[in-house]
Design a protein around this ligand. Structure first.
Ligand code: LR7
Ligand code: MN
Length: 567
């Protein structure tokens, strides 16, 4: 009896101990997150998504789900390898009494004070935080070109990338030192794991530097950054996702503002896109109102006519297929128009992704020299873009920037050949479909006579044309000798000068105006008038027979037409 009691007590004790252990074990076991209230931890298959480098703490009290995602605490040694951050930064500091803006056109003292890393506000729309991205996004080569960048801004750019990007997405960071004064600015940074440094043997400018970086990149996707940026939370995934889905998309983030005075990180408006005026001056502009109304989802991409140029992601083979950049552009400027026109006109698209945010220090002046001068370089680069891509619309560029006329811009044969080879659409298509908001300037009709020696071009009969003795003076000219020159048309009332065939010797006659009719398109070529499509020039032949088109010989008296403006 006693034995039985003792056994029972022993069994109960063991059961109690086991029960206690089971209870404690249950409590410490990780709980699965609830399925109904939160989707951010879910992948496509409904399984909880494993986000690399992220710690998720889930507390499930059956009614609410609290999920806290924290940036990974990265070990500095692991992050920076053999790179000695302190000595890199302290080797160059502002001397007391020095102007902190002099060298970099931003407040160097403030930048240095911030150090290599800092917390910044997540400036995205709150809905962006619950976006899902593929777990198998491609990795990317990040290309940063710089000329005499401040060490603190350059290092902050790199560290923000390393700390705010899942490391599996970074194939490498390629720095191109565009012949900065101190090679160590770049060289020392190559001790950081994944960072490579290429130094130019002479100053090339950002365009050729980026091409060099792209050529040495080993990933299938390229990511370009300026050398004074700070990337924000999840900046890269939205861009890689869009490019992965369609390799012809070229995507950029919303570019936040880092104050050049106090380095405050400020959110930029999410309603802007890239635009320009006819002088090829880049500007941010409001999304057209109809598009704004149609945007029900603030995380949707924004189509943009042009990109700012410095911060974008592009598939590497698409970049190569489209002809990289125009490497005859120097130092700075214009390449963003050239790339943007090319992408749109040759079958791709440009977008700004609101869920991607990158801060950039905007400056008011260039802190570096332009070997050929700032203005001449900008004119050369934009003139190349206009000559290759803008077709007849380039006249508005020249109208807005008269000083560009006659300035050297080198040979564009290669780029014109590229455009033909890629079978790109005309600029008119770009104007009508991508940037219809850009208005062409009001054409003021200029009335003039077209004089050749003592004779003037005049209309004769319903369609005929010939030369007649110049009659009348000032505004008092006969109607038959009064021409309105509205490029590309040469007009008299509603009739226009047109060729009859595209071959040399063809007659020229008058017919109802239509600015899209190729037979009616003319442009001045020196003192001659050239038919735009055939390339032949208006030739008076002889005073008695009607004018024809002939091989251009602008010195030839029968091809010289002096316009004299009449009131
Ligand atoms: O000779 C040079 N070599 C270089 O490597 C001159 C410059 N650079 C580097 C420079 O260190 C910097 O990293 O090129 C980059 C751009 O030069 P910035 O920062 O002096 O000029 P920016 O910020 O005004 O440049 C904007 O316009 C340029 C036109 O050529 C480029 O497209 C830049 O990439 C572009 N920057 C951005 O789009 C960031 C957002 C600013 C805006 C709008
Ligand atoms: Mn910049």
């Amino acid at each position: 009896m006693r034995r039985i009691r003792a056994n029972a007590i022993a069994i109960l004790t063991v059961a109690w101990i086991l029960g206690t252990f089971y209870y404690l074990w249950q409590d410490s076991k990780p709980h699965t997150p609830p399925s109904s209230t939160d989707s951010r931890s879910r992948g496509h298959g409904g399984q909880p998504k494993v986000v690399p480098g992220r710690l998720e703490i889930h507390r499930d009290d059956r009614t609410i789900a609290l999920i806290v995602t924290q940036p990974p605490r990265l070990d500095q040694g692991q992050l920076l390898g053999g790179f000695d951050e302190k000595s890199y930064l302290s080797a160059k500091t502002l001397k007391p009494g020095d102007d902190p803006y002099r060298e970099h056109a931003f407040n160097l003292q403030e930048s240095d004070r911030l150090g290599s890393e800092r917390a910044i506000r997540d400036t995205r729309h709150y809905r962006c935080a619950s976006m899902n991205y593929d777990v198998d996004l491609p990795s990317t080569s990040i290309i940063i070109t710089f000329h005499n960048e401040a060490r603190s801004t350059l290092l902050r750019t790199i560290k923000s990338v390393l700390t705010r990007t899942p490391s599996s997405l970074i194939q490498e960071i390629i720095l191109i030192d565009d012949f900065s004064t101190d090679p160590d600015d770049c060289q020392l940074l190559s001790r950081i794991p994944k960072v490579r440094c290429l130094r130019n043997g002479r100053r090339e400018g950002l365009i050729r530097s980026r091409v060099r970086g792209a050529n040495s990149a080993s990933a299938s996707v390229l990511t370009f950054l300026d050398s004074h940026c700070e990337v924000n939370t999840d900046w890269l995934q939205p861009m890689l996702q869009r490019v992965k889905e369609d390799h012809t998309r070229v995507v950029s983030p919303i570019i936040d503002v880092i104050s050049l005075d106090n380095f405050a990180y400020l959110a930029a408006s999410a309603d802007l896109r890239g635009g320009f005026d006819w002088s090829l001056h880049f500007k941010w502009e409001q999304i057209p109102i109809e598009q704004k109304m149609a945007r029900s989802d603030p995380t949707q991409p924004i189509r943009t006519p042009v990109i700012a140029g410095g911060i974008f992601v592009m598939d590497k083979s698409w970049f190569n297929h489209l002809g990289q950049y125009d490497t005859h552009m120097d130092i700075w400027g214009g390449e963003n128009f050239e790339l943007s026109f090319r992408v749109w006109m040759c079958g791709g698209s440009l977008e700004i992704l609101p869920c991607s945010r990158v801060g950039h220090v905007f400056r008011k002046r260039h802190p570096y020299d332009f070997p050929e001068g700032n203005a001449l370089t900008y004119i050369k680069n934009t003139r190349r873009a206009a000559e290759v891509w803008m077709d007849e619309y380039k006249q508005y560029y020249y109208q807005a920037r008269p000083s560009a006329q006659g300035k050297a811009y080198g040979s564009i044969t290669d780029r014109v050949t590229l455009r033909r080879k890629l079978n790109c659409k005309p600029f008119r298509w770009y104007m009508e479909n991508i940037y219809p908001e850009l208005r062409v300037p009001e054409q003021e009709a200029v009335s003039s006579v077209l004089r050749q020696g003592g004779l003037c071009l005049e209309s004769k009969g319903p369609e005929g044309l010939g030369l007649g003795e110049c009659r009348g003076i000032g505004g008092n000219r006969p109607q038959a000798q009064r021409w309105e020159l509205i490029e590309p048309l040469i007009r008299q009332h509603d009739l226009c000068l047109a060729i009859t065939a595209f071959t040399a010797g063809s007659k020229v006659k008058m017919e109802p105006c239509n600015s899209k009719e190729p037979r009616q398109k003319w442009k001045p070529k020196g003192a001659a008038l050239q038919h735009m499509v055939s390339g032949l020039c208006l030739d008076s032949q002889s005073p008695t027979s009607p004018p024809v088109i002939m091989q251009c010989r602008p010195q030839l008296a029968s091809q010289i037409w002096e316009p004299q403006i009449i009131s």
